[in-house]
Structures are given as C-alpha cells and as structure tokens.
Design a protein around this ligand. Structure first.
Ligand code: 6GU
Length: 256
C-alpha cells in the first residue's frame, strides 16, 4: 500500500517511517512511503507557500497553488486527505477498511493557521482529525494514521493474532499484561492468569476489559453490556492482585 505525505517538513515523517515495523514493512515491499514538499512547486525566489488571511485573522495560511501542484504528482486514484482539527475523527474501523482496500492515500499536512479552504474543497476526498486538541501541523497526525493502517496490512505484524486482539478491534480496552516475577513491590499477577486454564483466562481477561472500559472509557460501552458478572469476577481477586490491575474496591463499588 502506498502512502504519500505532502508536507513542508518531510524529515519528520521520513525519520518516523525509518524505524521499527514500518521500516521492515517498507523493506519487504508491503508498504511504500514518499514525501512531497510543496515548496518544490513554488515559482517565486522566496519559495512562498503561505500568505496572510483575508479577513485579518492571526497567522499565515497555506496557498492553494503549491499544494495543487503537489497533488498533481500523485498516482491517479490516490485518496487525498487533508489533516486538520476540523476533520472527522479518525477511527480504528476506518483504519481496517483502508488496509483492506489498499487504495493509495496522500495526506496533506497543514502548518501555520491552516490551508486555504479552496484547496480542501477542490482537491480533498476527506478531512480527518486525530482528536480534540490542536497540533502545530498535520505531520504527527499523518504518522499516527499511517501506523494505524500499516499494522493491519497482512504481513506487517509478525503475529496475526495481535492486531485482532488489540483495543478497539473488539471495542473494549485491553486487559493489562504481566511478566515475571509473579510478585513485585506489593503487586501480584492475578491468579487466574497463572491457572493455565484457557477458558478461565479468557473469562478473566474479558471481565477485566469490561470493568476497565466501564471505568475509563464508558463512552465505548454498549447499553447491553453485562457488567455485573465481570465486576464479580474482578471482585474475587485479593488486594495485591487488584493493585496490580490499577484498580481499587471503591472502583468496583462504583460499578455496582
Ligand atoms: Cl490532523 N492536525 C492538527 N494540526 N491538529 C490536530 C489534528 C490534525 N488532529 C488533532 N489535532
């Protein structure tokens, strides 16, 4: 799958994609990444990519023409996505759909006070945000979206099971994980995880996932979610096991 990033700061994105699983995926030909700098497509000696806003607002706005010329270099059929805090909120379900479809994507990264809206109207298929906070530009958002899609492309992750089990694929927060030793600083690995009994481990992990989601991300929980059996399973732990999960008896009481 091919990703293009149209950005005034290509080194941010190139450094990001030169490490870890993304770098490996590129070496193996599972994904391609290019950056395009709109400054290459300016025609004046100052290589101007931005200008003052009409209406007298603060800050500079990115001009249409250099961005339009950058878009003209893309492979035909590329999905053009403007990144801005005004966009639709990025979601795991969409990451999965893009990875499945495999259509090339180009991200247009705004800087300064944003992009002349006529570029978005004419050239963008989509406008996306990664959350309700403001970044200095779209580069970090492009990196986040690329990583969320790339890890769902078959072969990018070593272990195919791990993507399916992650948070949000099942629409719940994941159960925390532990390794040796069993006891550390007054916290104990919960006994059900040591039982070696798969059905029991599953029931326990699902219960913890449900309880943690109810406490920390109630917005993700459906109205039909059966919370009380999960609260009972987690409530059966001793204090040191509960501590290891970052939970208290008071947390559980709140859910009853
Ligand atoms: Cl996509 N861009 C900027 N500048 N800020 C953001 C964002 C994008 N998503 C959340 N905040």
């Amino acid at each position: 799958m091919k990703f293009s990033v149209i950005t005034l700061f290509p080194r941010i994105v190139e450094a990001f994609a030169a490490e870890g699983l993304l770098a490996q995926a590129r070496e193996r030909g599972l994904l391609a990444l290019e950056t395009v700098n709109p400054r290459q497509f300016t025609e004046d000696v100052h290589q101007t990519v931005d200008d003052r806003t009409f209406g007298g607002g603060d800050g500079m706005v990115m001009k249409v023409e250099p961005l339009a010329r950058a878009v003209a270099t893309l492979e035909p059929g590329t999905r053009v996505v403007v990144l801005s805090p005004q966009g639709r909120l990025w979601q795991q379900s969409e990451a999965a759909a893009w990875a499945k479809e495999g259509r090339p994507v180009a991200f247009v990264c705004g800087r300064y006070a944003g992009i002349d809206h006529r570029f978005t109207v004419k050239y963008a298929d989509d406008e996306i945000s990664i959350g309700d906070y403001v970044l200095n530009g779209g580069e970090v958002a492009a990196c986040a979206i690329i990583e969320s899609v790339a890890r769902l492309i078959p072969g990018v992750l070593g272990n195919a099971v791990s993507a399916a089990r992650d948070s949000f694929s099942e629409r719940l927060l994941e159960c925390p994980q532990f390794t040796r030793p069993r006891e550390v600083e007054g916290m104990s690995v919960p006994a059900p995880l040591l039982s070696g009994h798969h059905a029991k481990i599953n029931e326990f992990e699902n219960s913890v996932a449900l309880v943690r989601t109810a406490l920390f991300r109630p917005d993700l929980l459906s109205a039909e979610a059966e919370l009380q059996p999960a609260v009972k399973v987690v409530g059966a732990l001793n204090d040191n096991e509960l501590y290891a999960l970052g939970l208290t008896r008071e947390d559980l009481k709140e859910l009853q």
